[in-house]
Design a protein around this ligand. Sequence first.
Ligand code: SP5
Ligand code: ZN
Length: 342
Amino acid sequence: MQIVYSENHHQHAADVEFFRGSLVSCYENPARADVIASRIREVGLGPLIEPSDFGIAPILRVHDERFVEFLTTAYHEWSKVAGDIDAFPHAWMGRGLGSGQIPIDIHGKLGYYAADAGTPISQGTWPAALLAAQIALTAQSHVWKTGESAFALSRPPGHHAARDVYGGYCFLNQAAIAAQAFLDQGAKKVAIVDVDFHHGNGTQSIFYDRADVLFVSLHGDPDFEYPYFLGHRHETGNGEGAGFNLNVPLSPGTTWDDYQKQLAVGLQRVHDFAPEYLVVSLGVDTFEGDPISQFRFGSHDFVELGQQLSKLGYPTLFIMEGGYAIDELGVNVANVLSGFES
Ligand code: SP5
Ligand code: ZN
């Protein structure tokens, strides 16, 4: 399997995030991608290649231009008033309290574009987010040209980023950008399966009205878990997209045994949709030792997850999303890919 990776993800290195009323060290940190790359080398899963530059155009097929402009300048604007410290919003519009006008002041802009207070912007966040998108596009291009599968080993993750919203450690939605690239290159149908513990609210929102992308997500029930406001079972798509969104919210404590039965239903839906390509939003925060999540997968279960995904038989693009149990993270991700290849 082709693996696309760059050490320059290190540029996105924030200090702290809000968690249970305190500032704690960021769960989404550079060590994550380091341990995954190192495990992939150790087990010889495939060559690690550097990303190519596909420019900004494929990103603007998914994201709003002013939002992207905001991301490119946010840290600079913030540091002029706050100094060399991670940027956070402190005010949000609240339901019914926004006219839609975008504030000029950086604090207002941060509140306008952010979904939560857990996603700091550091000095190198924009270049790293842009690089993550290029990694996804490079891997996508490989799948498109060869029909083989590929893994975009990138951070920050992407599935909580919407057209003009960042949050949940995500800035640009790599899975959505890659899915759109397949379509723009001539594919008619792409399926996205999101196995991160958290609902892929950004991805769902981007494709909610469309029938050319099927979105299937299994995740912690949003009544109890981040992102809280989207991911319920009754969200099945809108307009032309009606029937092309499948959410499977699951209880805290869900094991692989419980999960795989639901996964089979989700994968059957993908099979019925008959896409030409499969994009997998690969989060391994379903692991029992994950510090912010509530499922109970063991490391060996990830091998079976990879096997289940490979049975669909589509050229598959894996995009790295969450997973925060650093000690087992490399093994868990490599297990999915090994299971897929076996
Ligand atoms: C990509 C990804 O995995 N993003 C996750 C962002 C989660 N941020 C909020 C974390 C809050 C965890 N809350 C724990 C309470 C569980 N009841
Ligand atoms: Zn997650």
